[in-house]
Write a protein that binds this ligand. Structure first.
Ligand SMILES: *[C@@H]1O[C@H](CO)[C@@H](O)[C@H](O)[C@H]1NC(C)=O
Ligand SMILES: *[C@@H]1O[C@H](CO)[C@@H](O)[C@H](O)[C@H]1NC(C)=O
Length: 375
């Protein structure tokens, strides 16, 4: 009886001690792995995926890579074979090639992930992998309203590409055709922390009710969801391999949810990426300097990518006439059916540096890309 009592008393303590022992052993192991990882990244080949993908183990925010080690990322550009997509890809690829070898760049290889299912006439010009669009019946099955499902091709494209491609680099940049590299891009990610660009219109806190359908309370506050889309993001490949299928799943479920579909509209797949990464416990370093968006951002500063998604309309006095067709304008949507002509006229005096630089960079690309007018 006494022995049993003694056992009964000592066993919780024993358990605590055992647990502590296990904790320290684990802690030491992880510290060791982390040290290896920050010290020896450039040695390559050290596999830490299984241990460090554990969401409990977070990389300290202040970890920096050793000065001389470069950590390359692969540039992955999702695109279609539409003329509108093609001319943008050609300009994008032109500037990638120019910036890639410059001081400070950690840009690795390049892949255009062509998700229209068939080869096009740029296969020789731009390294390309063909993946399938969403099968129509699949879309019909899950998505009640087909209108606008096109953006859902992006997560599906990444899922397929990650499965079939051999990617040498440890990191991936998810890029889009209307991105122009304005300077050499370093790897802005740090270990378990990918880097993303904060979009002012992605506001998870304002959509708590909808987001809870996809990000249940047990995962934590909706503010865990970063105000980002999938692009531009630089992320470790193994993290993206985990997130991409979830991103696909969340996209489809959002598209199938009339409320989410209506409220999120054309940014649905951005929210889906933000939710999917949060579901995996992945948090992004938010880098405002990742890109600039003319005409709203006036200066290039030290930013890396020009995102030319907004129309730039000005009168001849150099005043922005946004929303009203300008006497001078550059808008990618003016060229839906084919490439812009070479040598676009430069904006009138007074137009901000961001817009002037964009037009000059477009002109330089179109002057140097062979057979520019070919579609
Ligand atoms: C998404 O994932 C959930 C949970 O794993 C599953 O029940 C559901 O069928 C998936 N939905 C789609 C559209 O793949
Ligand atoms: C580009 O257009 C300007 C007029 O807008 C002209 O002066 C210049 O010669 C042209 N350059 C080329 C290379 O065609």
């Amino acid at each position: 009886m006494i022995g049993r009592n003694a056992m009964g008393r000592s066993s919780p303590l024993l358990l605590v001690l055992l647990a502590l022992g296990v904790f320290f052993a684990t802690y030491n192991l992880l510290t060791m792995v982390n040290n290896y990882r920050s010290a020896g990244k450039s040695l390559g080949g050290f596999s830490h995926h299984t241990l460090l993908s554990d969401p409990i183990v977070e990389m300290p925010k202040n970890v920096r890579r050793p000065k001389n080690s470069r950590s390359l990322f692969h540039v992955a550009l999702t695109a279609t074979d539409a003329p509108y997509s093609k001319w943008q890809c050609r300009i994008m690829y032109y500037w990638y090639k120019k910036q890639k070898d410059m001081q400070g760049s950690e840009m690795g290889g390049f892949t255009r992930i062509l998700h229209s299912g068939n080869p096009d006439n740029l296969m020789e010009e731009i390294p390309t992998v063909i993946v399938d669009p969403l099968p129509a019946d699949f879309v019909g099955l899950i998505v009640t309203s087909v209108q606008g499902y096109i953006v859902l091709n992006r997560p599906w494209a990444f899922v397929q590409w990650l499965e079939k491609a051999t990617i040498e680099e440890e990191y991936i940049l998810m890029a889009e055709p209307d991105h122009v590299f304005v300077r050499p891009l370093p790897n802005l990610a740090h270990g378990d922390y990918p880097a993303g660009f904060p979009f002012f219109y992605i506001t998870p806190a304002q959509h708590e009710k909808i987001l809870r359908k996809f990000y249940p309370e047990e995962n934590g506050p909706v503010t865990n969801i970063d105000p980002i889309g999938n692009s531009p993001v630089i992320i470790r490949k193994d993290l993206l391999e985990k997130i991409a299928p979830t991103w696909m799943n969340v996209s489809l479920r959002m598209k199938d949810d009339p409320e989410a579909d209506k409220v999120f509209g054309w940014v649905l797949e951005m929210y889906a990426y933000a939710v999917a990464s949060a579901l995996h416990g992945v948090q992004h370093i938010l880098r405002r300097d990742f890109m600039l968006q003319p005409p709203w951002d006036l200066d290039i500063g030290k930013k890396f990518i020009i995102h030319f998604t907004y129309g730039c309309d000005y009168n001849l006095k150099g005043e922005l006439t946004y929303g009203k067709i300008g006497e001078w304008r550059f808008d990618k949507r003016s060229y839906l059916r084919g490439p812009p002509p070479k040598n676009l006229s430069l904006p009138p005096p007074g137009v901000p540096e961001s817009v002037v630089t964009l037009v000059k960079m477009v002109n330089e690309a179109t002057a140097n890309i062979p057979n520019w007018e070919a579609q």
